[in-house]
Design a protein around this ligand. Sequence first.
Ligand SMILES: [Zn+2]
Ligand SMILES: [Zn+2]
Length: 241
Amino acid sequence: MKVHILGAGWAVPRGNRSKTAILIQDNQEDNKILFDCGGDVAKGVSRFDVGYDKIDAVFISHKHLDHLSGLSSLLHSTWLMGREKEIPIYSNKPTKKTISKLISLHDLNEKLDINLNSLSGDGIVNEWGVEYKKMDHQVETHGFRYKDITFSGDTKPCDNLIDLAQNSSLLLQEATYPSGFREEAWKYGHCTVRDAKDVFEKTQSNNLGIIHTSPKVDIDEEGKKVDEDVFFPSDFTTYKL
Ligand SMILES: [Zn+2]
Ligand SMILES: [Zn+2]
């Protein structure tokens, strides 16, 4: 199984970290699942051996722009490449409403067979084996788990995140703020780097990839204080599990 980091950054991109997007390529099950779609995901996908028509399902954590700004563009590219297969998109209701508007705005539903599905509360999408739980953010947000890979979406630390991520091989966890900025981070429904490490320890996961870092996070400095199972991925890195 491969985890391609298409976007490891926050709403304001910097250097080699653009808005959030994670692609899981499970060759064993023949599943290619995209979690969030911020930034130029269409370009990111083209760097890997995953064609536009090969993405099987898209899960969007919440409606903030840094998590879905690349969706219209990805769908448009997919159409231009001749996709005929249905594209299922899963999100909570407020996010679905936003996605629906974007799709109508660009007439994408006339070009593609898009199937919008809503998620509520906690549960599992059996068709893809994706578990989801409600996180604690400014707007309704879901974290996702596929097999032993967990993606937090945007959230402050919460019990649901700790439950969802128990014993993950790889936890991709947001940390928008530097360690020491907990009050500000929690006010806006985010984690600090310290919080991400605390969640990692509580879940007894094997590896922690800290993503969604704002430019306030000095990655070189924070990186000095971490163990070898904790890292700050940059865009276009691939983890094999
Ligand atoms: Zn957000
Ligand atoms: Zn965000």
